[in-house]
Design a protein around this ligand. Sequence first.
Ligand SMILES: [Zn+2]
Length: 68
Amino acid sequence: MSDQTCNHCGARMRAMDTQQAGHNENEAYYCPACNKRFKVYAAFTPTVTLLSPRTDGKTDQYQNSEAD
Ligand SMILES: [Zn+2]
């Protein structure tokens, strides 16, 4: 489990990642406020909880590139 601040919109979120030896791989999760994609090494796709709203004053959605 880790708390982090989205580097696109400034929202704070908590990702509940499950570690399982031998089953971990890169899993994607998304900022609840702007949809920016993050990666974590975990066994399952993390559940994300929004802790505090975005701070950039905008309502745009982050455009994730398909490549990564
Ligand atoms: Zn965000």
